[in-house]
Structure formats: C-alpha cells, structure tokens
Design a protein around this ligand. Sequence first.
Ligand code: HEM
Length: 233
Amino acid sequence: MQATQEPAVKSCPPCECRVVQFLESSIGKKITVALAGLLLSFFLITHLAGNLFLFFGAKAFDGYAGMLERNPLIPAAEVGLLALFLIHIALALRARLINAAARPVGYAAYEGKGARTLGSRTIAVSGLLILAFLIIHLKSFRFIPHETRENDLYRVVAETLRQPLYAAFYVVAMLGLGLHLSHGVQSALQTLGVNHPRYTPALKVLGLAFALLIALGFASIPVYFAFLNGGAR
Ligand code: HEM
C-alpha cells in the first residue's frame, strides 16, 4: 500500500484568512483600532477647520459647504469615513467585551491605579457618548435635503445650536470627545510603536494639547450661537 505523501511546501492560508486571523488576534484588533482612530483624528482637524467658517457668517460658511457638496470626490470620502467609524467602534467594543469576559474581577484588581488616567478609565463611556452624539448630529445636519446642504446649511446649524438644551448637549459631548482623545491619541501612538523614553513624555503632552484644542474648538461653536448671541438673527 502506498503511503500518503505530505506536500513538500505547506501552502499559506489565503489572503482573506490572514486578514481575519489578524483581526481576531488581540494585537491585530489593537493596531486596527489605533490606525482608524488616528485617521478619524485627521478628519476631526479638517471638520473643525471647515466649521470655523461659521464664525464668519452665512456667506462664508454656505460658500464652503456648497463647495464640498459639489465636490465629486466627497461621496467616496464619506464611504471611507463611515468605514473608519464602523471599524473603530466594532473592534474596540469587541476587544473590550473579550477583555471583560477574561477578567471578571475588573481592572482595579490587576493594575496599579497610578498608571490609569480619567481618560483611560472612561474611554468606553466617552466612546458611547460620542456615538450617541454622532447619531443625533448626522440626523440634524447630514440627513437633510441636498438643496439645504448646498445652499442653506448655515441657517440650519445656527437655528439648531441656538437652542440652549441642544447646545448644552453639544458642549457635554465635546467634553467627552476631549476625554476620549486625551487617552486615545497617546495610546494609539504607543500601540503603533511610537514609543521612546526620550519622546514619549512630549508625545503625551502633544496628545493632551490636541485633545484640548479639538474639544474647545468644537465646543466654542454651540457656545457662540446659544450663549454669546452669535450670528445675525
Ligand atoms: C460644534 C461642533 C460641530 C458642528 C457645528 C458640526 C457641523 C457639521 C455639519 C454642518 C455637517 C454637515 C456637512 C455637510 O453635509 O456638508 C456635519 C457633518 C458631519 N459631522 Fe459634524 N460638526 C460638529 C462636530 C462634530 C464632531 C465632534 C464629529 C465627530 C466626532 C462630527 C462628525 C461629523 C460627521 C461624521 C459628519 C458627516 C460628514 C460627511 O458625511 O461628509 N462632527 N457636521
């Protein structure tokens, strides 16, 4: 009887399998969450820069918004942005749930409290707050008629953010965003290997400064409209 022969070279798993294996591994999830988070931070910079046109009145902001709306590349960028949000949220939550199941006693029993900041302890809660904010935010400003987005967006933003309760919710959500970024940015850089005894302290300060700038920058907009009588009524 003939013995079955082992193939000389083991065939490597197909590409999709390697991607799945990578995303199933704990480090794969961490790296992907970190990369998506950093890319989302770039979006925040451009989004804040665009929103600052609100301080220059309806003509300036509607001119900017109309230009975006007519840009043929924007739909593809929006799909990419949605994918980044979904990947970041889904993998971060999955990693969190797997960790919680593996450590039912809770973090405090395992880690020195000194290393944990308010931002790191509240990262999941601030993430969920941002998710709730995003749903309300997109419903108010994104999923409205195309005509309005192209020609009359300033009026919609101003009327919405002049409502004190709405504005207060925005400010609270931006505090959550600041907390999230205060831990998220430096943690993402560390995960991606940007870690050196000489530069890490400076990167931590830069991460905190970035979080503060983004949170205060966005929060200044509802404060301007609702509490400082901003824009012509
Ligand atoms: C006061 C703060 C903010 C204001 C006034 C604001 C304003 C706007 C406006 C007017 C739009 C619609 C743009 C368009 O359709 O052309 C928009 C879209 C959007 N905003 Fe904001 N935003 C703020 C904060 C944020 C924050 C903090 C995030 C993320 C955490 C965010 C995420 C988004 C996303 C994902 C879209 C959809 C982008 C797209 O589809 O092109 N926004 N925002």
